[in-house]
Design a protein around this ligand. Structure first.
Ligand code: NAD
Length: 255
């Protein structure tokens, strides 16, 4: 489905990352990939994973999205290697532990700013420099969670960041549509990842979702990977500005 297409995936930390499941799905569909992780310390581990599990050798890059120079350098490397981009996957979020452990009301000013910068502003920052490489249009996908619309105990500032992220998806989709660039979000159900484990009582997210979702189970990273493949491919060419739920239907339940 992605033979001859190239893209970049941001946010692989380890083999539990949603970005890793996404990478595997895109690779198996034949895409040429650049994988961006937060820093050099992740590269060794990810190099091993890619050698063992991917069909095609990806371009492995380190980029902290708080640093504009690192983002610019990343796109220089992608331009030199591929000369074009067809899709971008943004699978990045962060909030400090204290802001996820206390109450939302007690969120610090710095913690609020940090969560918004890394979890929301970074989508704009990485999209802006990708546009010149998306000469034939493109697809941009970010990852969100239902805590954007509902009160989820302990999700706190991340819920507010996800609400802003979903709004950013609509604004970017509106602005970039004329260039043939689509922007969508996947709203995933809970999956046990490094970031998820930072949320207090995360196991109750898993239990509640499995108990109440119409499909009566949790979702897997592979299901998020397959939905991302659909959004990167031409099969989704008529879809933009959308939040698509990959949550076994949990979001339609009343309680
Ligand atoms: P993860 O910890 O594997 O991924 C988060 C990534 O963000 C990591 O790779 C981390 O290095 C990166 N990151 C954080 N700060 C960064 C920075 N300054 N620069 C560059 N990268 C940075 O966890 P995940 O669960 O795979 O999260 C990926 C996305 O999926 C996030 O947006 C998360 O909110 C979203 N999501 C996760 C779940 C879940 O239950 N796991 C559910 C819905 C949505």
């Amino acid at each position: 489905m992605l033979e001859g297409k190239t893209g970049v995936v941001f946010g692989v930390a380890n083999n539990h990352s949603l970005a890793w499941s996404i990478t595997k799905a895109l690779d198996s569909a034949g895409a040429g990939l650049a994988i961006s992780c937060q820093g050099e310390r992740f590269i060794n581990k990810i190099q091993k994973l890619t050698a063992e599990h991917l069909k095609n050798k990806p371009l492995l890059l380190a980029c902290d999205v708080q640093d504009e120079q690192q983002i610019a350098r990343l796109y220089e490397q992608i331009d030199a290697a591929f000369g074009r981009l067809d899709f971008l996957v943004h699978s990045i979020a962060f909030a400090s532990r204290e802001d996820l452990e206390g109450t939302f009301l007690q969120t610090s000013r710095d913690g609020f700013r940090l969560a918004m910068e890394i979890s929301v502003y970074s989508l704009l920052a990485v999209t802006r420099l990708a546009i010149p490489l998306m000469r034939e249009g493109g697809s941009i996908i970010t990852l969100t969670y239902l805590g954007s619309r509902r009160f989820m105990p302990h999700y706190n500032v991340m819920g507010v960041a996800k609400a802003a992220l979903e709004s950013a998806v609509r604004y970017l989709a509106g602005e970039l549509g004329p260039q043939g660039i689509r922007v969508n979000a996947l709203s995933a159900g809970p999956v046990n990842t490094l970031s998820a484990r930072g949320i207090r009582d995360f196991s109750s997210f898993l239990h509640t979702a499995a108990a109440k979702a119409p499909l009566q189970r949790n979702i897997s990273g592979e299901e998020v990977g397959d939905a991302t493949l659909f959004l990167c491919s031409d099969l989704s060419r008529g879809i933009t500005g959308e939040i698509i739920y990959v949550d076994a239907g949990f979001h339609i339940t009343g309680t």
